[in-house]
Ligand binder design. Structure first.
Ligand SMILES: Cc1cc2nc3c(=O)[nH]c(=O)nc-3n(C[C@H](O)[C@H](O)[C@H](O)COP(=O)(O)OP(=O)(O)OC[C@H]3O[C@@H](n4cnc5c(N)ncnc54)[C@H](O)[C@@H]3O)c2cc1C
Length: 311
C-alpha cells in the first residue's frame, strides 16, 4: 500500500466504484473505502429500472459484480471501514476507526443516509419491523398489510414492488410532498386496488417484541394502523457528517460542485447522490463517477507536469 494514495474514493456505490475504476485505469493509485462493502444502494435492488445502457433483466447484484470486477481489474484497492473524518492539509487525511489514509485527492461518493422516521424508540424496531429493502425483506410479509414511508419515485417503486407480494400496501408520504406522487410511478400506484396513499406521517411505533402497529398522524388526527412491517424511505439526506463542515453544501445538505464535480475544497470531488442536483439515478451516478475520475486524473497530471517542468 502506498503511504500516500493519488486518490481515495469514499463510498463504493455505482458512483464510487466507477470513479475508482476510471482513476485506476488512468494510472493513478486508488483506494476505495466503504463502511458496508461494495455496492451501495445496488445491493438492496432486484431488477433495475431506468437504466437504458443495461440489458433489461439486470439486477442490482449483477451490476455490483460488473462494477467491482472493472475496478479491481484497473488496479483499485478496496477497503472496508466507515470514514469518520476528512481532514484538510497536504496531503488530505481520511480517518476511519482503524486507519488513517493519506491522499493527494479525494472523491466523496457516499450517497444518502438510510431512511429514518424520526420517532421515539425507532432503533428498537430496526430489523424487527423496520426495513430499508423491499426486495430483501418484502417476501417475509407475503399476503400481509405493510407500510411504506416516504415520498419520491423510489418510495413509490418500493410500494409498487411490495404490492405484487403483500395483501395491502399503505404509502404514507409527508403532506407537503404528496404532489410528487402525482406522476410516473405515483400514478401507477393510483391504478392498484391494494394500495392506499395517505398524506401524513408516522407519529409512533407500537409493539412489545416486534412491530405490531404504527400510529399515523393526518391533519392533526391520530389513527392506529396494525402492521408488522414499515419500509422506510423518508428523511434521507446527504451522507456528509464526516466532512464536519469542510465542504460547502446547498440548502438540502448536498455538496456544492462545479462542472467538473469539484467541491469547495479544490482537492475533493463529489459524485452521485451526495452532490447537489443529483437526479438519484444509477445511470447518472455512473456518469458522475466517470466525470470525477477523469477530472482527478487531469488535475494530478497537470500538477505532476508542472513539477517536472519546474525541475
Ligand atoms: C428503493 C430504491 C430503489 C431504486 N431503484 C433504482 C432503479 O431501479 N434505477 C435507478 O436508476 N436508480 C434507482 N435508485 C436510485 C439509485 O439507487 C441511486 O441513485 C444510486 O445508488 C446512487 O449511487 P451512489 O454511488 O451515489 O450512492 P450509493 O449507492 O448510496 O452508495 C454510497 C456508498 O457510500 C457508503 N458510505 C456512506 N457513508 C460512508 C462513510 N462515512 N464511510 C464509508 N462509506 C460510506 C455507503 O455504505 C454506500 O455503499 C433507487 C433508490 C432506492 C432508494
Amino acid at each position: 500500500m502506498p503511504e500516500c494514495w493519488d486518490v481515495v474514493v469514499i463510498g463504493a456505490g455505482p458512483a464510487g466504484l466507477t470513479a475508482a475504476q476510471v482513476a485506476g485505469a488512468s494510472g493513478l493509485s486508488c483506494l476505495c473505502i466503504d463502511r458496508l462493502g461494495p455496492g451501495g444502494e445496488l445491493i438492496n435492488l432486484g431488477l433495475l429500472h431506468d437504466c437504458p445502457d443495461l440489458p433489461p433483466d439486470t439486477t442490482g447484484a449483477d451490476l455490483v459484480t460488473r462494477l467491482m470486477d472493472a475496478a479491481t481489474a484497473a488496479g483499485v484497492e478496496l477497503a472496508f471501514g466507515e470514514v469518520r473524518e476528512l481532514q484538510r492539509g497536504e496531503p488530505r487525511r481520511i480517518v476511519t476507526d482503524d486507519e488513517t489514509y493519506q491522499a493527494r485527492t479525494v472523491i466523496v461518493a457516499t450517497g444518502l443516509t438510510p431512511g429514518r422516521l424520526g420517532v421515539p424508540e425507532e432503533e428498537r424496531f430496526d430489523g424487527v419491523g423496520l426495513s430499508h429493502c423491499a426486495s430483501c425483506d418484502g417476501p417475509l410479509y407475503k399476503g400481509e398489510n405493510v407500510v411504506v414511508a416516504g415520498a419520491g419515485e423510489w418510495a413509490a417503486q418500493e410500494a409498487l414492488d411490495l404490492a405484487a407480494l403483500a395483501g395491502h400496501v399503505t404509502l404514507i408520504c409527508p403532506e407537503h410532498e404528496a404532489a410528487r406522487l402525482s406522476s410516473g410511478r405515483g400514478r401507477q400506484l393510483a391504478g392498484l386496488t391494494n394500495v392506499t396513499v395517505i398524506p401524513g406521517r408516522i407519529a409512533s411505533l407500537e409493539g412489545a417484541e416486534g412491530l405490531e402497529a404504527v400510529v399515523i398522524e393526518r391533519a392533526a388526527i391520530q389513527e392506529r394502523h396494525p402492521t408488522r412491517a414499515v419500509f422506510v424511505q423518508s428523511n434521507r439526506r446527504a451522507a456528509l457528517d464526516f466532512t464536519r463542515g469542510l465542504l460547502a453544501v446547498e440548502a438540502d445538505g448536498r455538496a456544492c460542485v462545479d462542472g467538473d464535480l469539484c467541491t469547495s475544497d479544490e482537492q475533493a470531488y463529489a459524485a452521485g447522490d451526495v452532490r447537489a442536483g443529483a437526479p438519484e439515478r444509477i445511470a447518472s451516478a455512473i456518469a458522475d463517477g466517470r466525470r470525477a475520475g477523469l477530472a482527478v486524473a487531469r488535475l494530478l497530471r497537470g500538477r505532476d507536469g508542472e513539477q517536472q517542468g519546474g525541475r
